[in-house]
Write a protein that binds this ligand. Structure first.
Ligand code: GLV
Length: 321
């Protein structure tokens, strides 16, 4: 049995695999970078299980090139837009993800970005380090407050709900949400109001994206949609980069048509749209939504559990295909 791990995970994954599948060949990408397509095929073809990340573009051709032995793809992520589920299904390959365990960690980053953008933490840090803080002053480095503001959540899944609850209960914010379905629990527990996307953008002081990337959500926030936002508003994206037209966002931030953006994900990740990193009113994080020690350990365990289940003839947990 051959198991390939495309990027170093917390050790617990390989330990669990070795314990549960004695004699299995477990190999790991030895580099501190993602493999390209040719390298991945060379290293992993013939594997029975692939433990991968959201940075591996597992399209139909690549899945086929990995060979007929492949029975399970366990991705160390909740989002699986990088995997062609239909191609996996057609070949009888189970695809499993890691939902639930990263809800709190990702919500922390979204809320942190809202506060940091509104109160301009990163600009303030830079000003202070540069020795430009010459003493308290009434007009120095003012931002926008957070308490009691309106927060618009796009996508009503677990992470969106945790962010909404934190902003409601922690900051007394009014919650708007945009989703295809009605969510009575949001309305009952958070007094949230379901609105169309345009209305959400026009009314919100903070817009936080929590929808999956699908053909329907690609460039959901394009140049026209960004124009609907308030000039004082903050946009936070901890979901997937291509949900926003990043070049249009650069333009909106440059012209101060919105106040700021906090980004953890990028359209051409890891590349940034031209001009983005030169803007003072954007905070740029390196896709760390789920990056806590506890969460990444649990994600590694979930990937190992999924592979072990399939390879021992059990139904795996958290199967998305
Ligand atoms: C992170 O972006 C994930 O999908 O888990």
């Amino acid at each position: 049995m051959f198991i390939y791990i495309t990027r170093a995970l917390p050790d617990v994954a390989a330990e669990m695999l070795a314990r549960a599948l004695p004699g299995a060949r477990i190999e790991l990408n030895p580099h501190d970078r993602n493999l390209n397509r040719a390298e991945l095929i060379e290293a992993a073809s013939g594997c029975d299980a692939l433990l991968c990340t959201l940075a591996d573009p597992l399209d139909a051709t690549l899945i086929e090139d990995l060979g007929p032995q492949l029975k399970v793809i366990a991705t160390c992520a909740v989002g699986y837009n990088n995997i062609d589920l239909q191609a996996a299904k057609n070949r009888g390959i189970a695809v499993c993800n890691t939902p639930g365990v990263l809800t709190d960690a990702t919500a922390e980053v979204a809320v942190g970005l809202m506060l940091a953008c509104a109160r301009r933490f990163v600009e303030g840090d830079s000003l202070t380090r540069q020795g430009l803080f010459s003493g308290w002053a009434p007009l120095l480095h003012r931002g926008h407050g957070v308490y009691g503001k309106t927060v618009g959540i796009v996508g009503a899944g677990r992470i969106g709900k945790r962010v909404a609850a934190t902003m409601k209960h922690g900051f007394g914010c009014r919650i708007l949400y945009h989703s295809r379905e009605d969510h009575v629990d949001w309305e009952n527990e958070l007094d949230a109001e379901k609105v169309e996307l345009g209305e959400l953008l026009a009314r919100s002081d903070f817009v936080s994206l929590h929808c999956p990337l699908t053909p329907d959500t690609h460039h959901l926030l394009d140049a026209d949609m960004l124009k609907l936002m308030k000039p004082t508003a903050v946009l936070v994206n901890t979901a997937r980069g291509p949900v926003v037209d990043e070049q249009a966002l650069v333009q909106a931030l440059r012209e101060r048509r919105i106040a700021a953006a906090g980004l953890d994900v990028y359209e051409g990740e890891p590349a940034l749209a031209p001009g983005l990193s030169e803007l003072p009113n954007v905070i740029l994080l390196p896709h760390i939504g789920s990056a806590t020690i506890e969460t990444r350990d649990e994600m590694a365990r979930m990937c190992a559990r999924a592979a072990i289940a399939v390879l021992t003839g059990q139904e795996p947990p958290h199967r998305v295909a």
